[in-house]
Ligand binder design. Sequence first.
Ligand SMILES: NC(=O)c1ccc[n+]([C@@H]2O[C@H](COP(=O)([O-])OP(=O)(O)OC[C@H]3O[C@@H](n4cnc5c(N)ncnc54)[C@H](O)[C@@H]3O)[C@@H](O)[C@H]2O)c1
Ligand SMILES: [Zn+2]
Ligand SMILES: [Zn+2]
Length: 360
Amino acid sequence: MSALAQTMLGAVLPGNSSTHLKTFDVPTPGHGQLLLRMKASTICGSDIRCIYHEHLGKGPEGYQGFIAGHEPCVQVVARGPGCRRFGEGDRVIVYHISGCGVCNDCRRGYMISCTSQTYRKAYGWQRDGGMAEYLLADEKDLVALPDELSFLDGAQVACGFGTVYEGLEKVGISGNDAVLITGLGPVGLATAMLCKAMGAQMIIGIDVIDERLRIAADLKLCDHVLKAFEDNVEQVRALTGGAGVERAIDCSAHHEARATAIRATRKWGSIVMIGEGGTVSLNPSPDIIHDQKTIHGSWVTSIWKMEELVERLVRWNIHPEQLVTHRFALEDVGEAYKLMATGKCGKVAVCFDEALTKSH
Ligand SMILES: NC(=O)c1ccc[n+]([C@@H]2O[C@H](COP(=O)([O-])OP(=O)(O)OC[C@H]3O[C@@H](n4cnc5c(N)ncnc54)[C@H](O)[C@@H]3O)[C@@H](O)[C@H]2O)c1
Ligand SMILES: [Zn+2]
Ligand SMILES: [Zn+2]
């Protein structure tokens, strides 16, 4: 500990589309806690929607002025008493919600929906998060990062890829399926990457922003990209023999895109809603009942599934880092949020040390 700096820089989000870099004390790990050197900290669409532009939401979505960033990937620099698994030098991903550990949701590994009002705290919302040089985390919230994966791979697992994996496990994806993805932000692009790895042979993506359609096409993540607000349902049917896709994943939260996802799904198909906020209107009988469709909701993932996902990423030899189009140093964190808010980018990352310039 003695070699460590006493103070560090960290960014908070005042809620008026700006960022504020401040000096904080470097924390000391307590029982069961580790001090972590930040390596990569990526920005999620939820940060923009719920914190950056304005402070939206209560409870699990309420930002309480802490250091922002809920997608941290780190290296352990100091270990508090009572830690059982991780120690100095270990590379780890932070599952971004710390739960009470003893409610039913926590026991299932879904700390995202921990029911304790006192102990449930999300990193970057109700306790300090990833946009700082160091982070204090509870050992129970950490997932080992395999050597084959980079810090930028790991950061995206902390929320985005973990969330997508959970949603795809709910609907099941295989080589049998044509898949529609509405919204090609980092979450939609992650969906395409994982669907491809799971064997989907036809992936159709829809977005409003040309840059995102281009990224999906250039990285060969989607077989077809469609501009939103055209007759997307007819376009998808035309690409799928008139029947529609077997699986649709909404990653946009836009009411029209959600309706497209539901209507462009064929009989007996499944839809999963990942994009958050907004509404959708549907006519149950023609849209789902008569065609025997199932709609799932999916919120983040469990910590054991996150461990399973990192193992799969290695087996599939795919790298979430591929989706990162822009890296910034912490000093330029304001530019990072500003860019992500435009949507004219893939994944935006704030990086530290070697992660700023290279992959491992
Ligand atoms: N369910 C969960 O647990 C969970 C976890 C993480 C993120 N999210 C949510 O997932 C969503 C996606 O996250 P992201 O980081 O990719 O955010 P993002 O805002 O960058 O991506 C949303 C994309 O949807 C596109 N879009 C908007 N209207 C559209 C339309 N009519 N048709 C097609 N596309 C349209 C936007 O252009 C954008 O590219 C956000 O709503 C985020 O809050 C949910
Ligand atoms: Zn998120
Ligand atoms: Zn709990």
